[in-house]
Design a protein around this ligand. Structure first.
Ligand code: NAD
Length: 491
């Protein structure tokens, strides 16, 4: 909580997972939704054509979670033809978004159930994800009244599965707060939570023509929504590769003034020097690399340990890893759930096998036999410059450096071209400032973990290949959704 940038804003209180009463409330509210079959389908301000029904299964257990009817080509046309900017006064839009945030909080039972069953989220992750979604709604609602420029028109919002509620909601809330019409395309893997969330926003009073939902494939439905000249802007979060494809499609088909607000992948590093407190560093490495099964854009991918301390820190890290509970995230005790699907699992497995063949696997836990699990794994790497791509799972790379090599490490991190998060553990104050001045990333975290930015307090977003800016959950974000924004450079 705190006064915030826009006055009296308060962050969502959320739940305290060390409090017995809160745990009991969560269990009671989730229980009726343990086996419910949810439904996802386009939410259109017009008639639905609909594609082939598909089943969504729980990545941890394989059990069905619900069914999705994806959008067919005529549904894309219907959405584009019926989209209308939300012409209510800013104060009214803000009021509706706040009402939506209250509905999100009230519906925590089915939301937590969906986050666990559809997205494989641990309860700790589900709690922070719901809070973030609520915070986005309230923060952008507060921002609505500060905008002087009109909306751009129709915004396409394309989101990833790894924050199927928070990022999905944040994009939509920002575009709506500015008065745009939104057509939202959630990730293929998580249409159920998206449909549930859109229904709450409609219940709160967002007009059907101002917010439409088109679940479906990226290359068909998503692509169609980035190359129709009726689209006036695209808000995208996902991989860097997809962002580049969208940029090309927009350049070819959309008005040149249409913005792409993209938040993409990272190759995130942490430096732990020999003055760091090992116990604290280990706790923060563990959370940064393995929480959410490493499926956070902010997650730590490459740990740089100063040589003199590595022999002390690594055994402690391995010991702490042994304490992690892997399993079905429905169990409140689970620390690490599955990766999102069999395709993700196969890709990460192949990567770990290749490292094993080179003798570079330093530590590996055992994964549950069923479900799409990847056990937390540590792999030796010469440096971040040897990593070709982001491995989106619980795989931590470790490199060591000598005392006189710290500048070279910062150079190597900068040279990746990505710039999302960076962590630093040191007790030398001067070093903090020197490194912060030179590192080119969006969010730097000192002597703490590098995940879980807080809306309104820690605006989040990357540089270079990691994003276009402005940062989500920060004071400049909304202006990009209006017709006369402050100019921002897009990398
Ligand atoms: P992805 O790029 O595969 O998919 C993201 C979305 O884009 C999905 O909805 C997908 O259907 C859609 N899409 C795919 N192809 C498309 C196309 N040709 N045209 C239009 N849309 C298309 O990413 P993902 O696997 O869902 O998410 C993981 C990635 O997202 C990671 O790289 C992660 O780092 C990144 N991410 C970044 C942030 C951030 O804030 N920077 C936050 C979360 C995730």
């Amino acid at each position: 909580t705190g006064p915030g940038l826009f006055g009296s804003r308060r962050n969502s209180a959320g739940f305290d997972l060390t409090d017995e009463a809160d745990l009991a409330r969560i269990e009671a509210a989730r229980a009726p939704h343990a086996a419910t079959l949810f439904d996802a389908r386009p939410r259109l301000a017009g008639p639905l054509a609909g594609g082939q029904r598909d089943e969504i299964r729980n990545p941890a257990t394989g059990a069905p979670v619900g069914n999705v009817i994806p959008a067919a080509a005529p549904d894309v046309e219907t959405a584009l033809a019926s989209a209308r900017v939300w012409d209510a006064a800013p104060a009214e839009r803000a009021e509706v978004l706040r009402r939506a945030s209250d509905l999100y909080e009230a519906e925590f039972g089915p939301i937590f159930a969906l986050l666990a069953r559809e997205a494989g989220k641990s309860q700790a992750d589900a709690v922070s994800e719901l809070r973030e979604a609520v915070d986005f709604l309230r923060y952008y609602a507060d921002g609505a009244g500060t905008l002087s420029a009109p909306p751009r028109g129709v915004f396409t919002c394309i989101s990833p599965w790894n924050f199927p509620l928070a990022i999905f909601t944040g994009q939509i809330a920002a575009a709506l707060a500015a008065g745009n019409a939104v057509i939202a395309k959630p990730a293929e893997q998580t249409p159920l939570i998206a449909t549930f969330a859109v229904d709450l926003m409609h219940r709160a009073g967002v007009p059907a023509t101002a917010l439409q939902l088109l679940p479906g494939d990226g290359p068909t439905v998503g692509a169609a929504l980035t190359r129709d000249p009726r689209v006036n802007g695209v808000c995208f979060t996902g991989s860097t590769e997809t962002a580049l494809m969208i940029r090309r499609a927009m350049a070819e088909h959309l008005d040149p003034s249409a913005p792409l607000i993209a938040e993409t992948g990272g190759l995130n590093a942490m430096i732990v020097d020999s003055t760091a407190l090992p116990e604290q560093a280990v706790r923060d490495i563990l959370a940064s690399a393995f929480q959410s099964a490493g499926q956070r854009c902010s997650a730590l991918r490459c740990l740089y340990l100063q040589e003199d301390i590595a022999g002390h820190v690594l055994p402690m890290l391995y010991g702490a890893m042994d304490e992690l509970a892997l399993g079905d995230p429905w169990a409140l005790s689970t620390d690490v759930g599955p990766v999102i699907d069999a395709e993700a699992q196969a890709g990460i497995r192949a990567y770990v096998e290749a490292a094993r063949a080179e003798g570079r696997v330093l530590k590996e836990l055992a994964a549950p036999a069923a479900g799409t699990f990847i056990a937390p794994t540590v792999i030796r790497v010469a440096g971040i410059d040897r990593m070709e791509r982001e491995i989106f799972g619980p795989v931590l790379h470790v490199a060591t450096f000598k005392a006189n090599e710290i500048d070279a490490v910062v150079d190597a991190v900068n040279a990746t071209g990505y710039g999302l998060t960076f962590g630093l553990h040191t007790r030398i104050d001067d070093r903090v400032q020197q490194i912060v001045d030179r590192i080119r990333v969006g969010n730097t975290y000192v002597n703490r973990n590098q995940i879980g930015a807080v809306v309104g307090s820690q605006p989040f977003g990357g540089e270079g290949l990691s994003g276009t800016g402005p940062k989500a959950g920060g004071p400049e974000y909304l202006s990009r959704f209006t017709a006369h924004p402050a100019t921002h450079s897009a990398p």
